[in-house]
Design a protein around this ligand. Structure first.
Ligand code: GTP
Length: 161
């Protein structure tokens, strides 16, 4: 029997939360932007160290601050993926304080930060991001090309067991 774990994706509007889930679950990508209203839940089973885990992935509507997200979406989460858009500074300027807020409010719950749309920056810009202290421990993804998408879900699965 597999374990079930609730994972919540958080972040500003349009950073690519829905696209990351779609890439991971359906192996698909679309350039269209359809704003998520409320929440969309998708499921996918992964295997980590021989253990099967069913990820119940909550893709919630965008918010400029986690404190504005509906508490009922966050409660019971066993892992958070905080997504920002590497091309839009307003989506990551509060990254440290947003992570602190999560660590304080949900002290037992692991948080993974993800810089999405990495296909839109060149390798020098990517290096700068990686070297920059505030982004340490971030994983850079592209829902468009699929780069590192599987990795973030496996990483969070590893952290929740
Ligand atoms: P909300 O529902 O408002 O919270 O948005 P979201 O975070 O779910 O973003 P969504 O996945 O809807 O993507 C917003 C737009 O960005 C869409 O037009 C996507 O096609 C585009 N997009 C998402 N991920 C990527 C990516 O990795 N690279 C590029 N180039 N575009 C992306």
């Amino acid at each position: 029997m597999s374990l079930s774990k609730k994972i919540v994706l958080l972040g500003h509007f349009g950073v690519g939360k829905t696209s990351l889930v779609r890439r991971f679950v359906d192996s698909a990508f679309s350039e269209d932007y359809i704003v998520t209203m409320g929440v969309q839940v998708k499921k996918k089973e992964v295997e980590v160290g021989g253990q099967k885990i069913k990820l119940i992935i909550w893709d919630i509507e965008g918010n400029t601050s986690i404190s504005k997200a509906r508490k009922s979406y966050l409660i019971g989460s066993q892992g958070f993926i905080y997504v920002y858009d590497v091309t839009r500074p307003e989506t990551f300027e509060n990254l440290s304080s947003e992570k602190q807020y999560l660590n304080k409010t949900f002290p037992e719950v692991p948080v993974c930060s993800v810089g999405n749309k990495s296909d839109l920056i060149d390798s020098d810009q990517k290096e700068n991001f990686i070297r920059n202290k505030i982004f340490e421990n971030s994983i850079f993804t592209s829902a468009k090309t699929g780069e590192n998408v599987e990795r973030i879900f496996l990483e969070i699965a590893k952290n929740v067991i």
